[in-house]
Write a protein of this length. Structure first.
Length: 344
């Protein structure tokens, strides 16, 4: 069995360039032509681009790829694909088709493993009800895989990361801790009884986002990936020019005791410290454990949803019927304070 994580220096969405560095990369002096039909572009740091088709619907376009987050090639393909498809769901859209992005060290890792990665991608696309319609591949020093995904959305149901309102209640649909567990795997210290904990979370589609998009009391939505919960919450707050309060103990975790066990062994990805260095000044004082969990890069993480408080219980009940369990509020949107995010 090929252990894919041994062939890459990073893992999953922990490979993402830190937010502060990315801001510098995206700077330009060029004045791009204005297109009034481009409803969502770079300006809002949202999950996908949206282009108005002029008939009340829009095309949702996104791409996401990374280096192996797990050792098993099939699981790697599934996870990378579910992660990419999530961006369409996070906009309230419906995925239509995907194109594969494959980089493979053909002289180092068996090509049979790459075939298994694509099998995993096909499984994820079948689960989402879309075709894997093509792709592009290169010979690269490290394994890389992901998808470019095209979707569609009724514009009246479009959800962005800019629409949160003061008083909204915040919900997270998947537990945190993926980066901590996958780093333990890469270090060779992950116990066998914990081997599938992160994988099982990462392989679940955020299909609920398509339904959440139809709810007028859902004001904003994004998915939580490489910037960690606090990084993506910060983008949501900045998009609305508001702040947020989070109750640390209410944030869902894969298994609190298990995560603490690995954190005591310094099992956290480098992306955690890069994330905190990029946006920590916008956040109230954190304990070490809070930093390692709330800034932990998630791969194929859950949806962060901003909900009208008058409909919070209705939202919780709906989420439960969709197989998400009984969600609990993790915080709320508040007026601007001295910090964008206060953690209690």
């Amino acid at each position: 069995m090929v252990a894919l994580t041994q062939y890459s220096h990073g893992a999953g969405c922990g490979c993402k360039i830190a937010p502060a560095v990315l801001d510098g990369i995206l700077q330009t002096s060029l004045q791009m032509p204005h297109d009034a039909r481009l409803i969502v572009g770079n300006a809002s740091k949202d999950d996908a681009a949206v282009y108005d088709l002029g008939d009340g619907t829009g095309i949702v376009s996104t791409t996401d790829f990374f280096m192996p987050i797990v050792d098993d090639p099939v699981d790697f393909g599934r996870i990378a694909s579910v992660n990419a498809i999530s961006d369409v769901y996070a906009m309230g859209g419906r995925p239509m088709m995907a194109i594969a992005i494959l980089g493979w060290p053909i002289n180092t890792v068996p090509v049979e493993a790459a075939q298994l990665v694509l099998e995993g991608a096909r499984m994820a696309c079948m689960d989402a009800g879309i075709p894997l319609a093509g792709g592009h591949s290169i010979d690269s020093p490290e394994p890389i895989f992901g998808l470019a995904v095209t979707g569609r959305v009724d514009l009246k149901h479009l959800k962005t990361n800019t629409g949160a309102r003061e008083g909204d209640v915040l919900f997270l649909t998947k537990p945190l801790g993926i980066g901590i567990l996958t780093t333990a795997q890469k270090k060779g210290i992950l116990k066998s009884e914990h081997a599938t904990m992160a994988r099982d979370v990462m392989c679940v589609l955020n299909r609920a986002g398509e339904t959440f998009g139809t709810l007028p009391y859902v004001h904003a939505m994004t998915d939580v990936t490489g910037f960690g919960l606090l990084g993506h919450l910060l983008e949501l707050c900045e998009g609305a020019n508001l702040s947020a309060e989070i109750v640390s103990d209410d944030v869902p975790l894969i298994d609190r005791a298990v995560l603490h066990e690995y954190l005591t062994q310094k099992s956290f990805p480098g992306g955690t410290t890069r994330n905190f260095a990029s946006y920590g000044h916008h956040v109230s004082e954190l304990s070490e454990m809070q930093k390692y969990i709330l800034c932990d890069p998630q791969t194929s993480g859950g949806l962060l949803v901003s909900v009208d408080p008058a409909h919070a219980e209705e939202f919780v009940s709906l989420a439960q019927t969709m197989g998400l369990g009984r969600l609990h509020a993790i915080g709320r949107i508040v007026s601007n304070g001295s910090k964008r995010i206060t953690v209690r």
